[in-house]
Design a protein around this ligand. Structure first.
Ligand SMILES: Nc1ncnc2c1ncn2[C@@H]1O[C@H](COP(=O)(O)OP(=O)(O)OP(=O)(O)O)[C@@H](O)[C@H]1O
Length: 316
């Protein structure tokens, strides 16, 4: 028996209804868990509450849901004296942090990878006293996340929705900001500031080198008003070095902490959830939590791509 006690937090409202995913997860893991507690979330906030109250009673915390559910659960356990190891079972729409952890996108297969035992200390971010796994965004990304209609998101997936919103945007409203980082200050205007710990956003691979979650560093993109389509090319996997000489359209900074202040308070998107406002005090928390990973070769495999195509439809 590998784990004495495990708790599985299940958000059945995350992602599209996929028959059998809970059963697949339990079937894969049951033989290795002495006592398995299943908790279903009934409403937003439940995942965090249960993890705060009971997370440290367990050796393993399994989170079956998307990035929002993961965000809640890690906020529940981050300050525990003895946080459990965490395994994400990707049951959401984008599952961006599960992608960073190279997990397969099918719940049953991800559960099988947990059995392989690749568990590593992992960086998370902190913003205004909350923790995030994947990213923090200010500006355009927040506007886009706020406008997502949940039915549409279910039908077409979050990435397609981001792209369609951005394609139709004729202009984005720039905002003034002051950003202090490890080595200096930027006093400027932008349409978006993106601070990444993870490597995937809206299912697209971000263009930063390395795994991102073992380096004690946050990757910051400042996107200025002129560069919407250029910016999106970069964020969707373009080569950052090509844009360093692009007349300052995009500025790329690596830092372990930063402070962002804006003229007017602006919403902060953390892992897709918007409930904080600027000023934003952001830092990396190196090796804060232990997560389970997939194998080096999983992400981008043909099998995964085909399985995903099956659950998505295009908007074009
Ligand atoms: N029983 C519930 N009913 C309604 N909402 C819930 C319930 N349980 C949790 N939630 C909320 O559901 C929201 C969406 O969940 P989540 O982000 O995990 O899925 P998703 O949006 O489909 O996936 P992703 O963020 O990976 O694209 C979270 O903000 C969470 O607070």
């Amino acid at each position: 028996m590998r784990w004495g006690k495990a708790m599985l937090v299940y958000n059945r409202k995350a992602g599209k209804e996929k028959a059998g995913q809970l059963g697949d997860a339990v079937a894969a893991l049951a033989g290795e868990v002495g006592e398995l507690t299943l908790v279903q979330t009934a409403e937003p906030g439940d995942g965090e509450k249960i993890c705060r109250e009971r997370g440290s009673d367990y050796d393993l915390l399994l989170v079956l849901g998307g990035d929002g559910t993961v965000h809640e659960c890690i906020n529940g356990v981050a300050e525990a004296a003895r946080p459990p190891e965490i395994a994400i079972l990707p049951g959401g729409t984008c599952n961006d942090f599960a992608r960073t952890l190279r997990l397969p996108m099918q719940v049953g297969r991800a559960a099988e990878e947990v059995l392989a035992g690749r568990v590593h200390d992992t960086d998370v971010g902190r913003v205004n006293g909350r923790v995030f796994t994947n990213f923090v965004g200010i500006g355009l990304i927040t506007d886009t996340s706020e406008n997502i209609d949940s039915d549409q998101k279910e039908r077409i997936g979050k990435l397609s929705y981001f792209l369609s919103t951005l394609r139709t945007l004729r202009q984005a409203e720039p905002f003034k900001f002051r950003l202090k980082h490890d080595e200096g200050t930027v006093d400027s205007e932008a349409v978006m500031i993106l601070v990444a710990n993870g490597r995937s956003l809206g299912t697209a691979k971000l263009p930063f080198a390395g795994s991102g979650v073992h380096d004690g560093i946050l990757d910051v993109l400042i996107v200025r008003e002129a560069g919407l389509s250029l910016a999106w090319q970069v964020i969707n996997g373009g080569d950052l070095t090509d844009y360093r000489e692009s007349g300052g359209v995009i500025e790329y900074i690596q830092t372990s902490s930063l402070l962002v202040d804006t003229d007017e308070p602006k919403g902060i998107d953390s892992d897709g959830e918007i409930y904080l406002q600027t000023p934003a005090e952001i830092s990396v928390q190196p090796s804060k939590l232990r997560f389970y990973y997939g194998p080096e070769t999983t992400q981008g495999s043909l099998v995964d791509s085909l399985a995903e195509l099956d659950t998505r439809s295009s908007i074009d």
